[in-house]
Design a protein around this ligand. Structure first.
Ligand code: NI
Length: 168
């Protein structure tokens, strides 16, 4: 397994729509393993393939990642797709490994149903609410070239972009 390089805003690949995966083969599984290891290394709760420079519809998620970067509930999802959304929405303070050191409140659906292919290429459906639902919406957004800063006011987005430039 390997720790992969993280791509950060404003890398172009983060703004591109990713391609569907045809078959979950050993190559894809290796990518899933490396993505999970990279996510834990950075103490993240989710990571999408474009964040490591691969424009494919793949995410890894663990809503129980500890502060030491240990995982408890790893999920591998290929071609994830939201098939149901609740009417209720929630506000959640989100951050992103590709927007380092920043966060902002984002509005999301409180409950969703997601269809995806698992580590073995088998179709699965998961129902998620609250924190896990937020993570999944954030990661699936990445696959469509959308960052959480694209879902907040232009004013707040500009403030974050200015801070990022100062950091760099
Ligand atoms: Ni992110």
């Amino acid at each position: 397994m390997a720790i992969l390089k993280l791509y950060t805003y404003p890398e172009k690949i983060l703004a591109q729509k990713c391609e569907k995966v045809d078959v979950v083969d050993d190559k894809i599984r290796l990518l899933l393993d490396d993505m999970l290891e990279t996510m834990y290394e950075d103490k993240g709760v989710g990571l999408a393939a474009p964040q490591i420079g691969v424009s494919k519809r793949i995410i890894v998620v663990d809503d129980k990642t500890t502060e030491e970067g240990k995982g408890e509930n790893p999920m591998y999802m290929v071609n994830p797709e939201i098939i149901e959304k609740s009417d209720e929405k929630i506000l959640f303070n989100e951050g992103c490994l590709s927007v380092p050191g920043q966060c902002a409140e984002v509005e999301r659906y409180q409950r969703i149903k997601v269809k995806y292919l698992d580590y073995n290429g088998k179709e699965q459906v998961i129902e998620a609410e609250d924190y896990l639902a937020v993570i999944l919406q954030h990661e699936i957004d990445h696959l469509d070239g959308i960052l959480y800063i694209d879902r907040i006011s232009r004013l707040k987005k500009n403030i974050i972009i200015k801070k990022l430039k100062k950091q760099a």
